[in-house]
Design a protein around this ligand. Structure first.
Ligand code: BG6
Length: 493
């Protein structure tokens, strides 16, 4: 990697503290950063370089598995500086440019501007950087801007944000980060499907009965109510993380692993998702909100009783939906997606359930139907892949049992300490946009959830059910599958 710098806006905020700096330090500890490297935190409150370094040290101590000591730490901390800016007008950005110039960042090297800020600051900051000439790429110098979701609040606002960004920087300079795509097992979906010859021929409507994608969290909304209550599970998780996992599961093989070849295939899947009309939304979407319940034996409050949430909120903390990908490979195969807070376990999985064998040859011998083959990709925790199949139980009589052929990452590979951000930060520094959202992808994601948002806009309590904290969402989410004789496969179940 050539020399590069990272300028973090929102340098003292939660994201920088818990994810970005620990991830950067993990990269430093692994020797994955170039020797010529600088990190500049930009914050609205004045702070000396020394004070910022102390804060970075404390953050890394608290949130990083690698200890802040030894020669690597000495090197890393010596590369950290702070720039104070209120970011209010052109003068502030001119001063920021001067400060970065004084730190020698603006010479010929690459600079990543990471906007770890609330989303309403994205447009104004990029505008300010643009006006100060900080985004110009000249003489081999590159400039990149990283933004975090939410990329807009709905289709219209996402389009407006994309248009504003496009008027200021090239798409090749914009890195819209989705930390799910930084997870090893999410990337492994591509390796599993396209580096092996045996799975792809059966990865289609002829052999697959349906697909389930579950992203379950045990946490409640905590201190994030102000943000979350405006978003809800559809905007917070489905529009981005779950649809991207679906896209990687369902996409066609790309012609190469160059960023745009992969992204073209992902966006094609999103385009192929059927847009439901209102009747179909009502049949295929279930929203839930957690009520008081128990988690790990401890009583926990309901969503509306959380201190940061309005008492009459109708925001969903759980959503389950059935989607169809209308293309030759997947026509009529349901994709069931669900995600929620205060569910019984923290687990993210993709389950591909295959059709049963065409003849139930063993029914007579066993008196029971033989179950389908099920492939489970565990994204987190206990990353791995398992394939369920039927085997003969040893003994004189013909009895059948279900067994799992299991691959656990931990058995084969040394685990690298990770926050999930290492890969993505590394990619922003090396210029690999494969795992990032492109403008058209963001808009297509919104197009998928927009019909549901329309129904909820017209009636905020539409499709909404309570579920007790610690349950697998409302019973209506089970009915969604039961109507076609299917059932959720609960992680760990
Ligand atoms: C974030 C959401 O994008 O993903 C959070 O805003 C959610 O609400 C988080 O908790 C889940 O991420 P992970 O990596 O813990 O599964």
């Amino acid at each position: 990697m050539t020399g590069a710098s990272l300028v973090i806006f929102g340098a003292t905020g939660d994201l920088a503290q818990r994810k970005l700096l620990p991830a950067l330090y993990n990269l430093a500890a692994r020797g994955a950063l170039p020797e010529e490297f600088d990190v500049v935190g930009v914050g609205r409150r004045p702070m000396s370089d020394e004070a910022y370094r102390d804060k970075v040290r404390a953050d890394i101590k608290a949130f990083c598995t690698a200890a802040p000591e030894g020669p690597r730490w000495d090197w890393f901390v010596s590369r950290v500086a702070f720039a104070h800016s209120t970011l209010e007008g052109p003068d502030d950005y001119a001063r920021l440019a001067a400060r970065l110039g004084a730190l020698d960042l603006t010479a010929s090297r690459g600079i990543v501007f990471y906007l770890a800020t609330p989303p309403d600051a994205f447009g104004p900051i990029v505008e300010g950087l643009h006006q100060a000439g900080l985004l110009e790429e000249r003489g081999g110098a590159w400039r990149r801007v990283v933004i975090e979701k939410p990329f807009g609040h709905d289709l219209a606002s996402a389009r407006a944000l994309n248009a504003q960004l496009a008027s200021l920087v090239g798409e090749h300079q914009i890195y819209r980060i989705d930390h799910y795509l930084g997870k090893e097992t999410v990337q492994n979906l591509m390796a599993f499907r396209f580096a092996n010859g045996v799975f792809e021929p059966i990865w289609n409507r002829r052999y697959v009965d349906h697909v389930q994608i579950t992203v379950a969290e045990t946490v409640g909304v905590g201190e994030r109510g102000a943000y979350y209550d405006e978003a809800g599970a559809l905007r917070d998780m489905v529009q981005n993380h779950l649809l991207q996992v679906l896209a990687l599961t369902a996409m066609e093989p790309p012609i190469s692993f160059r960023a745009d070849d992969v992204r073209n295939e992902r966006v094609k899947v999103l385009h192929a998702i059927r847009q439901p009309d209102e009747g179909e939304v009502r049949r295929s979407v279930v929203r839930g909100q957690y009520a008081a319940g128990t988690m790990g034996g401890e009583p926990v409050p309901g969503y509306r009783d959380e201190s940061t949430v309005p008492g009459d909120s109708s925001t969903e903390t759980f959503v389950a939906l059935r989607l169809f990908v209308d293309n030759w490979r997947w026509a009529d195969v349901p994709f069931y997606l669900r995600t929620g807070k205060r569910l019984p376990v923290r687990a993210s999985e993709v389950v591909v359930q295959f059709r049963c064998a065409p003849l139930q040859l063993f029914r007579e011998a066993t008196g029971a139907a033989v179950g389908p083959n099920v492939l489970t990709v565990r994204i987190q925790p206990n990353e791995g892949i398992s394939l369920r199949f039927t085997a003969k139980v040893p003994g004189a009589e013909m009895r059948l049992g279900t067994v799992d052929m299991a691959f656990d990452y931990a058995d084969y590979f040394e685990r690298q300490p990770t926050t999930g951000y290492e890969t993505l930060l590394y990619d922003t520094l090396t210029g690999d946009q494969t795992l990032f959202h492109r403008a058209d992808m963001v808009e297509t994601g919104w197009r998928v959830v927009e019909p549901v948002l329309d129904v909820v806009r017209a009636d905020p309590r539409a499709l909404l059910h309570d579920y007790a904290a610690g349950a697998w969402g409302p019973p209506a989410a089970d009915t969604l599958l039961e109507v076609s004789g299917r059932a959720w496969r609960n992680p760990g179940g």
